[in-house]
Design a protein around this ligand. Structure first.
Ligand code: NAD
Ligand code: ZN
Ligand code: ZN
Length: 340
């Protein structure tokens, strides 16, 4: 099969012919319909997320069709040819995180595409049918992006929802692949005013089209003041940071009001000096790491209901280097999905 291999940090992807994997006991072979190009893979490629063993096939946002079952994997209600969406936060299945339904918190290097080989290829092996959800009418190319670009902000927004009482505002920083779904979940699920911060005017325009009430350019000298004014007296009850550099964290954490929440999603490695006097009284600061299988089912249900707008660009897998170049330079309007 063809696979886009990354042989070392900093190198380009190389399309190689490698043996099509054989599903082992309990495993399922998936023919990839689409694999989303996530900014996290850009962090891996540039060495900002260490720990991936090279050479490796990245790609953790996947959907496609069941190609074959390994020994013992049949008979679980799925048939060869079924269109499926792959939940990618694979874990050991036995620890308290997995048993508690938060399998994505088990071990990052058990995730498909981070430890095991991912979906920038014609086929990938999924270790268990429990990671498969029925596409049920969804196009695999769009559904691929739902498994992370939509699932991650969905999980982050759900963490913020209890804080977003009527009258409050939510600030979302970084309206790219993830953030554009985040804006929609905030508008669909909360009564809050939605303030979107992005350096790119095209992304701010998209955010307004998706329902953002106010947009702010963080490079404006009075950006913090613009947020305060837009939020009014009930204040900013939640900030979701989909960038995660020092300056976005300072702007976001500085905007959170008392009893609010700051949710860090972006993996750029920035930090904010948490101290009693730097952060609002009794506000919460937390990270949000991907989402659960149940949350993915909820996202798929929303997509099937027609209430999610997906700005998907399809690219043949052979264009993977151009796609990552465009992602690095902010030229992907929403999500690019690689089609083998
Ligand atoms: P993306 O490149 O599609 O979008 C990034 C957006 O941020 C763009 O709209 C860009 O214009 C904007 N931006 C860049 N610098 C900015 C700044 N200084 N201020 C405001 N906006 C700025 O990326 P993506 O695929 O949406 O991923 C976003 C981040 O989320 C990445 O760091 C990625 O690794 C991370 N991520 C985290 C998880 C998780 O589970 N925590 C899951 C997936 C992705
Ligand atoms: Zn991702
Ligand atoms: Zn586990």
């Amino acid at each position: 099969m063809k696979a886009a291999r990354l042989n070392e940090v900093g190198s380009d992807f190389v399309i190689e012919d490698i043996p099509t994997p054989e599903p082992g006991p309990g495993e399922v072979l998936i023919r990839i319909g689409g694999s989303g190009a996530c900014h996290s893979d850009l962090h891996v490629k540039s060495g900002e997320i260490p720990g991936v063993a090279f050479p490796h096939t990245l790609g953790h946002e996947n959907a496609g069709w069941i190609e074959s079952f390994g020994p013992g994997a049949e008979g679980n209600g799925f048939e060869v040819g079924d269109a499926v969406v792959v939940f990618g936060g694979w874990g050991c299945g036995h620890c308290r995180f997995c048993l508690g339904g938060k399998e994505q918190l088990c071990n990052t290097f058990l995730w498909g595409g981070m430890g095991p080989e991912g979906g920038y290829a014609e086929y990938m092996v999924v270790p268990s049918v429990r990671h498969l959800l029925r596409a049920d009418g969804l196009d695999p190319v769009e559904a691929a992006a739902l498994t992370d670009a939509a699932l991650t902000p969905y999980s982050a927004v759900k963490k913020a929802l209890p804080h977003l009482v009527p009258g409050t505002s939510a600030v979302l920083i970084g309206a790219g692949g993830l953030g554009q779904y985040g804006v929609q979940f905030l508008k669909l699920l909360s009564p809050a005013k939605v303030i979107v911060v992005d350096t790119d005017e095209k992304k701010r325009q998209t955010a307004r089209e998706l329902g953002a009430d106010v947009t702010v350019d963080p490079r404006d000298a009075d950006a913090a003041e613009q947020i305060r004014t837009a939020a009014g007296q009930d204040g900013v009850a939640a900030v979701l940071d989909f960038v995660g550099i020092d300056t976005t964290m300072a702007l976001g954490a500085g905007a959170v009001d008392r009893l609010g929440i700051f949710v860090l999603v972006g993996l750029a490695g920035g930090s904010f000096p948490f101290s009693f006097f730097r952060f609002a009284a009794e506000a919460v600061m937390m990270t949000s790491n991907w989402g659960t299988r149940n949350e993915l089912e909820e996202v798929l249900a929303l997509a099937r209901s027609g209430r999610l707008v997906s700005a998907i660009e399809r690219h043949p897998l052979s264009e993977i280097n151009e796609v990552f170049e465009h992602l690095a330079t902010g030229q992907i309007p929403g999500r690019a999905v690689l089609v083998p």
